[in-house]
Each structure stands twice: as structure tokens, then as C-alpha cells.
Design a protein around this ligand. Structure first.
Ligand code: SF4
Length: 261
């Protein structure tokens, strides 16, 4: 596949993100940097749903009020940030992806990334404060308040990852391209150990995210991901990976297999 010219000035201010130069000496990346998302707000309905609170049930009234109160106070504990880089694809085979930087990922990810001519790798976090508070409340016997804070943190990091994805999509669309959904180590076809090559290429110390020997991240409320970038008529962020997977017996399938032409 011919590669469109991906070189270009770093986009800043896209989707409310504040971008900084990466400070990396790696010249292989098409672009890279640190993004801050100061106005990330998790969806309160999703937070309530995650802990089983229903606004239409009168017996849940005091928990609905508690959720609203927390929604006013918890955002000040959020530090939503991301580091990312975009590399050209050197080769992609059924079980291996090699980027122009030499970074190699192993796993059955060709289904989702086969049309990618670039791949963005990223780590997003909201920082440790909120998960610590949630843990303290739960240990102290405030189970519902702690669970609400934990769900608030989970939704906040998803919202920050959505913003990172929008930033990458804007970079792609400026070049007539589009993106795949984000795909994380630990999903089908990309085992958790693929965190290692992903982290090796990113200055995650700048956002204070560490990889533990188990390959889980600290803070826990962090998301690592790959996003494919390719021709707009071949990739789209709303595709569900199960639509591209022909696993015959999967019990966790979330969408029907769509055979590609
Ligand atoms: S169908 Fe199953 S194996 Fe395939 S991507 Fe979906 S969950 Fe994973």
C-alpha cells in the first residue's frame, strides 16, 4: 500500500486538548507529544448505571443526590493526560505488526489493523488521586460512595481516551485518512505482554504511569492502546472488532462477523 505523506506540524488545541512537544529525540515518529485534557467530564448517567443506581427509582434518591454531589467535587482530583506517537507501518502480517521505528507487536491483530498505513500508540491516565480516595472510602465502610468514586474514575479515563482518539482522528482526517477503534493489550489477539513494546516507545514517566511486572499499569485508571490509521473508505472508529473476527465458537462475540470484500 502506498503511504500518504504523513509529515506535518503538530496539531494543538484540537478537541480542547493542550498539546506539548514530546521532547523525544526519536525522529522516526510522524508526530508525538503529551496532551492534557483539563475539561474532561465523565457522563454521570454512565457512572450511576455502573453501580446500579437508577434515577427513576425513588428508593435510590439519596444515592442519586450523592452522585450529583460527587460530580461537583471529584473533577478537581482528575489529571487527565496522555502521551502518544504515530508511526508509519513497515509491515503487517497475520500475527505481527512492525512499525517504522522497529517496534514490533505480536498477536492476531491483522483483522483490525490490516488496512492501517500508520499506527498511533498511546497511554492515557487521570492520575492516582481518585482511585486512592475510592479505595479509602471502600475500606472505611463507605461502599456506595467508594463505588461511585471508582466508577467516576473509570468513566473519566474512558472520556480522556475518547479525547485522545479524537486528537488522532483529527490528525488522520487532515491527511484524508480515518482511524480504527482503539485496541488495547489484553483484548483478543493482543495479549497483555504487548504492553512492553507499547511502553518502550512512549515517555510514560511524563504522565507518571508505570508498568508493573504483571503488565498492569499504575495508576490503575489508565488506558493503553493502539489505533490504526488508514484510507477513509477502509477504516472507521465505530467498527466493533468482533465484526472482523471469524472465530467460529467465541462465546463473547458482541457483533456478527462481516466478511470483507
Ligand atoms: S468474536 Fe470473540 S475472539 Fe473474536 S474479537 Fe470478538 S470477543 Fe474476541
Amino acid at each position: 500500500m502506498s503511504k500518504p505523506n504523513g509529515a506535518g506540524a503538530e496539531a494543538s488545541g484540537l478537541n480542547g486538548a493542550r498539546a506539548e512537544a514530546s521532547g523525544q529525540t526519536d525522529t522516526a515518529a510522524e508526530t508525538s507529544g503529551l496532551l492534557r485534557f483539563p475539561d474532561v467530564v465523565p457522563d454521570l448517567d454512565l457512572v450511576q448505571r455502573a453501580v446500579g443506581i437508577r434515577a427513576d427509582r425513588t428508593e435510590h434518591g439519596r444515592w442519586v443526590a450523592a452522585a450529583r454531589e460527587l460530580a461537583d467535587t471529584l473533577p478537581r482530583l482528575l489529571r487527565p493526560r496522555a502521551v502518544y506517537r504515530i508511526d508509519a507501518v513497515r509491515t503487517i502480517e497475520p500475527a505481527q505488526l512492525v512499525l517504522a521505528s522497529g517496534t514490533t507487536f505480536h498477536g492476531d491483530i491483522a483483522g483490525i489493523l490490516s488496512d492501517a498505513c500508520y499506527v498511533a500508540s498511546a497511554v492515557v491516565t487521570i492520575g492516582p488521586a481518585l482511585e486512592r480516595l475510592a479505595r479509602r472510602w471502600i475500606r472505611g465502610g463507605e461502599a456506595v460512595r467508594g463505588s461511585l468514586a471508582d466508577a467516576f474514575a473509570s468513566e473519566a479515563v474512558e472520556a480522556a481516551a475518547d479525547r485522545l482518539q479524537a486528537h488522532v482522528r483529527a490528525w488522520a482526517q487532515a491527511r484524508g485518512l480515518d482511524i480504527t477503534p482503539r485496541y488495547s493489550p489484553g483484548y483478543c489477539g493482543l495479549d497483555l505482554h504487548q504492553q512492553m513494546p507499547l511502553f518502550a516507545g512512549l515517555p510514560t514517566e511524563r504522565i507518571r504511569v508505570r508498568l508493573q511486572p504483571s503488565c498492569l499499569m499504575l495508576p490503575l485508571k489508565s488506558i493503553s492502546c493502539l489505533i490504526g490509521i488508514g484510507p477513509a473508505d477502509r477504516v472507521h472508529p465505530d467498527v466493533v472488532p468482533c465484526q472482523l473476527c471469524d472465530h467460529p465458537d467465541c462465546m463473547q462475540r458482541r457483533a456478527e462477523f462481516r466478511r470483507q470484500k
